[in-house]
Design a protein around this ligand. Structure first.
Ligand SMILES: C[S@@+](CC[C@H](N)C(=O)[O-])C[C@H]1O[C@@H](n2cnc3c(N)ncnc32)[C@H](O)[C@@H]1O
Length: 404
C-alpha cells in the first residue's frame, strides 16, 4: 500500500470510529482497505484528496459506510429471542390494565429480517397489530430501503422458520414477501446508534451482531442508552458472540428469556462472582431455557427443542442436522453438550466453517480463550471472509474493562 493509500485508510478508520463507533479491526482491515480503494477510484481523486473529501462531504462518508457494513441477517435468527417475545405478548394479553402497545426496538436491523421476525412472533402469539409497535433502526439507507419494501431474498430463509410464522410469509421466486399486516407494525428508520436512541420504554430490545463491530467505548455508551430506555424487567437480546463482553459491563443473564437475553445488574447488587480461571462470566451450569419457539395456544414441541432432546439418541443424524441440534443446544443453554456435538461434527467434517465458528463462540462464553481462538482461527482459515469469527477474535484480543 502506498503512503497516500495509508493516509486514506487511516482517515476512514478514524471516521468510522468517531462517527459510528465502528472498529476497523472487527470489520476486517483487508475489507476496509478494499472499500477505501474502491471509493478512491470512483471519486477520481488521489487518496489524500479523497481523505480530505471524506471528512468534509456527507455523501462520501455515507458511501463509505454502505461499503463497509456487514448486513448479514436472516429471519428468526437465534430463535429463542422470538419465543421469548411470545411470552411477553402472552403476559400483555393477560394484563387488562395495559394501556400502551408492546414496544420492541430492533437496533441495527439491517434489511429488516429481525424486525419482521419480532412483529410476526408478537402477532402469532395473539397480539393484535394495533397493540404492537416495532421500531427498527439501521445506519444503512440501502438496507432500510430494502426493509421497507417488505421483500427478503431467499438467504433470509436459511435458518429455521417456525411453522406458526408461515401465515405471514409468501414464498416467491428468489425470496419471500412479508404480509402488509406485519409491515404496518414496524417503523423503519435510518439512524446511527451513536445518536440518542428512539425513546422507550422498550419491552424488549434486540441489539444483535452489531456490538461486536464497535470499539469498547462506543459499545459501553450504546449499552448505557439501552439500559436507560428498557422497561423494568425487559430483556436485551444480543448475538452469541456478544454475551461474554456484556457480562463485564454490568449486565447479567436473564434466563427466563433464553441464553442470549440479558438485563442490567441493579446498581446496588454485589458484583457477580466469576468461576476461577474464567475471564468472562459464564452461563450458570445446566440452566435450560424454558423458552420454546411455539405459539402458546397450540403447544407443540418446537422443531429445534425436539432436535435438542434427541441428541445422543440419534448419532447417525446427517451432519447438517447435527449442526442444527448443536445450535438448538446452545440456544437452550446446554453449552457443554453443544460443544461435544460440534466436536463430533468437526471430527467428521474438518472443513465445516459454521461448526468451528460456533465452537469458538461457545468456548469464548465459557472463558476458554485458547480453545476459542483455535476454533475461530480455523473458521477464518477455511473462510477468510467469515465476519462473525473475525469480530469475535477481535473481541477476544481487546483488553477487558472491569465493572461499568
Ligand atoms: C450483522 S448486521 C445485524 C443484523 C441483525 N441485527 C441480525 O442480527 O440479524 C449489523 C448491522 O449493524 C448496522 N450498523 C453498524 N453500525 C451501526 C451504527 N452505528 N448505527 C446503526 N446501525 C449500525 C449495519 O448497517 C448492519 O446492518
Amino acid at each position: 500500500m502506498s503512503a497516500d493509500e495509508t493516509v486514506a485508510v487511516v482517515a476512514a478508520t478514524h471516521l468510522l470510529e468517531e462517527r459510528w463507533g465502528l472498529d476497523a479491526r472487527a470489520l476486517g482491515e483487508g475489507s476496509l482497505a478494499r472499500a477505501v480503494r474502491a471509493r478512491v477510484a470512483s471519486s477520481g481523486l488521489d487518496p489524500s484528496a479523497w481523505a480530505a473529501l471524506l471528512t468534509s462531504r456527507t455523501t462520501e462518508a455515507d458511501a463509505l459506510i454502505e461499503a463497509v457494513i456487514v448486513p448479514e441477517t436472516m429471519l428468526f435468527r437465534d430463535g429463542s429471542a422470538f419465543g421469548a417475545l411470545g411470552e411477553i405478548a402472552g403476559a400483555r394479553l393477560m394484563d387488562a390494565s395495559a394501556e400502551r402497545p408492546v414496544r420492541v426496538l430492533s437496533a441495527a436491523c439491517s434489511t429488516g429480517e429481525e424486525a419482521f421476525s419480532i412483529a410476526i412472533a408478537l402477532l402469532a402469539h395473539g397480539l393484535p397489530a394495533e397493540a404492537i409497535r416495532v421500531v427498527a433502526v439501521d445506519v444503512s439507507a440501502r438496507a432500510i430501503a430494502a426493509a421497507r419494501s417488505g421483500r427478503c431474498s431467499s438467504s433470509a430463509l436459511r435458518g429455521h422458520i417456525p411453522g406458526w410464522a408461515e401465515r405471514w410469509l409468501t414464498r416467491v421466486p428468489g425470496g419471500v414477501v412479508i404480509a402488509p399486516e406485519v409491515l404496518a407494525t414496524i417503523d423503519f428508520r435510518v439512524g446511527n446508534l451513536m445518536d440518542p436512541l428512539p425513546a422507550g420504554p422498550w419491552d424488549a430490545v434486540l441489539c444483535r451482531n452489531v456490538l461486536v463491530y464497535l470499539v469498547p467505548a462506543a459499545r459501553a455508551r450504546l449499552l448505557e442508552r439501552i439500559r436507560a430506555h428498557l422497561a423494568p424487567g425487559a430483556p436485551l437480546f444480543v448475538g452469541h458472540a456478544e454475551v461474554a463482553a456484556l457480562l463485564d459491563l454490568g449486565w447479567r443473564h436473564q434466563r427466563r428469556y433464553g441464553p442470549w437475553a440479558l438485563e442490567p445488574v441493579p446498581v446496588s447488587a454485589p458484583p457477580a462472582e466469576r468461576p476461577a480461571g474464567r475471564r468472562a462470566g459464564t452461563p450458570a451450569p445446566a440452566a435450560r431455557s424454558s423458552i420454546v419457539v411455539a405459539p402458546p395456544r397450540a403447544p407443540a414441541p418446537a422443531p429445534r427443542a425436539a432436535a435438542a432432546a434427541s441428541v445422543g439418541s440419534a448419532p447417525a443424524a446427517p451432519l447438517p442436522a447435527r449442526l442444527d441440534e448443536a445450535v438448538a443446544l446452545a440456544e437452550s443453554g446446554e453449552r457443554e453438550r453443544a460443544i461435544a456435538l460440534l466436536e463430533e461434527v468437526v471430527r467428521v467434517d474438518r472443513e465445516n466453517v459454521a461448526a468451528h465458528a460456533l465452537l469458538g463462540v461457545l468456548h469464548a462464553t465459557g472463558g476458554d480463550e485458547t480453545a476459542a481462538r483455535n476454533a475461530l482461527r480455523r473458521a477464518l482459515y477455511l473462510d477468510p471472509g467469515h465476519a462473525e469469527s473475525r469480530a469475535q477474535l477481535a473481541l477476544l484480543d481487546r483488553p477487558r474493562s472491569r465493572g461499568r
